[in-house]
Write a protein that binds this ligand. Structure first.
Ligand SMILES: Cc1ncc(COP(=O)(O)O)c(C=O)c1O
Length: 487
């Protein structure tokens, strides 16, 4: 490419908003040097000649040359200005010398969730209805937090979180989950994902066995796997995690991640006697239980079984909660409740791994809880979700009959339908996405390796779809299903 062609771009494609002519000339020359278009040692025209030849002001040229010189791209001396000798990195994708471009780590290559439709589309799983979020009340508390804020609130939040929020959470858990804990035992995190992550890193060591539910929460699998734990799939039944005596003997776990109140995504609720059994086994095998209670505040009706953590306060149980379902996922506030004997050491150890922020959101949330606004919002949303779930069940039964088994319990924001073995749920999800419906294939919730757990089905959220949409869209899902089964 000649200098002329290069500089033609100065007024054309190279014209970027907010960049002066001088800066654009500098940008073009710098890019041309880095791409090897202007070869090393090549003499640039003198500033006067360059200005005359290419219709630029001399100051523009001097400015660009001076900047290139200061950054080391060109050298200037008595003989003029020439391109410096630089060891340029070859672009990774075109090394051309047979070496492979760098890839993700092996762990990274095995991670990833194929997306079938966006999180905003109807039936996106696990997303609450943010259209019904109480904006006005939230804004009032947030405004109050900002108005009474000092400079310290713009720094990192205190380790463990804002005291006032930790107290509000401890108080709420006592009322709603039978958990008796102090604010010192509550550690505020960036959502449940961070809570699970720090548990994996601080309660178990690389190579230790971690039990996870299969099917289970894909992020938890990825997070614990990324900590170097040896994951062992535990099957689930209508009562949630169902570990056989043989599994306890063969693969005793250091850490057990379990969703006992509403197994994700199959919906099983672990009865009290199973919870006690799990506690007993865990105690004998010196295993930590991490209890992910992600949506128990959205139980649609009936009494909620006490959290495992509340059954044995002296046991090695860490409770995980989140405001992602009850308020909004973008808030990124979750928490851990640690056993009293370990909370101080855990908080000290966590400091280098995770520094919390959002002090003002935390304060607003504390006030939101104290004022009763959260309880009111949850009461309203439970009713909304109960009706939507009912509607979705009826529609699925009508459209699919005995082609699906509908699971999901009576809580939260999703239902799961299970197809006959061998059904290609990924193909159905793809077809559904093309028809404007997000439906996550259930096979993606099991392990992805050789021993892939493949229960085909779809996980369907009703957080983003109201009753009218559900009635309109379940027939499309049936169409997607038919297109795959009878192409
Ligand atoms: C089983 C389970 N646990 C936890 C979470 C929430 O995680 P976070 O608080 O990081 O949004 C989800 C969200 O989808 C979930 O499905």
């Amino acid at each position: 490419m000649s200098l002329q062609t290069l500089l033609n771009d100065l007024g054309g494609a190279g014209k970027k908003a907010g960049r002066s002519r001088q800066q654009r000339l500098y940008d073009l020359l710098r890019r041309a040097i880095l791409d090897g278009v202007l070869p090393q040692g090549w003499n640039l025209p003198g500033s006067r000649e360059m200005a005359r030849e290419y219709g630029l002001s001399r100051n523009t040229v001097i400015y660009a040359y001076e900047l290139l010189r200061a950054e080391g791209f060109v050298l200037s001396d008595r003989r003029g200005t020439r391109v410096a000798t630089l060891t340029l990195a070859a672009p990774q994708e075109s090394t051309g010398d047979g070496t492979e471009p760098l890839k993700l780590s092996v762990r990274g290559q095995h991670m990833g969730l194929e997306r079938h439709g966006g999180e905003h589309l109807p039936f996106a799983a696990g997303v609450p209805d943010v259209n019904l979020f109480p904006w006005r009340q939230w804004f009032k508390h947030l405004e109050h937090a900002w108005k009474s804020a000092g400079a310290r609130h713009l720094a990192y939040a205190p380790i463990g979180g804002e005291r006032r929020l930790r107290e509000a959470i401890a108080m709420q858990l006592g009322i709603t989950r039978g958990i008796s804990c102090t604010a010192d035992q509550v550690l505020v995190t960036s959502g449940a994902q961070t809570a699970i992550d720090v548990c994996g890193r601080l309660l178990a060591d690389q190579g230790d066995v971690a039990w996870i539910e299969a099917p289970g929460y894909p992020s938890a699998r990825a997070i614990l796997g990324a900590s170097g734990l040896k994951l062992v799939d535990v099957p689930v039944d209508a009562h949630g995690m169902a570990a056989s005596p043989a599994l306890w003997r063969r693969h005793p776990p250091k850490l057990i991640l379990v969703t006992p109140s509403h197994q994700y995504p199959m919906g099983g609720v672990m009865p009290l006697e199973h919870r006690m059994e799990l506690l007993g086994h865990a105690q004998r095998h010196q295993s930590w239980i991490v209890e992910d209670d992600y949506d128990s505040d959205l139980q649609h009706s009936g009494a909620v079984i006490p959290a495992i953590q509340s059954l044995a306060t002296q046991s090695a149980v860490v409770y995980v909660g989140t405001f992602s379902k009850s308020l909004y996922p973008g808030l990124r506030i979750g928490y851990l409740v640690l056993p009293a004997w370990i909370s101080k050491r855990f908080s000290e150890a966590v400091q280098l791994l995770f520094t919390p922020g959002q002090a003002l959101e935390q304060l607003a949330l504390a006030r939101f809880m104290e004022s009763g606004d959260l309880a009111r919002h949850l009461r309203h949303m439970r009713g909304v979700y109960r009706e939507r779930q009912q509607c979705m069940r009826e529609q699925l039964e009508q459209q699919f009959g005995d082609r699906v088994r509908i699971l999901g319990g009576k809580a939260g924001v999703h239902l799961t339908c299970v197809f006959a073995p061998g059904t290609d749920d990924v193909a159905i999800a793809r077809k559904a996405a093309a028809l404007g419906v997000t439906a996550r294939p259930l096979s993606g919730y099991g392990s992805q390796g050789v021993n892939r757990t493949t229960i085909p089905g779809l996980v369907l959220g009703y957080g983003v779809a109201d009753a009218q949409q559900i009635c309109q869209l379940i027939p499309r899902l049936r169409q997607a299903y038919d297109d795959v089964i009878h192409p």
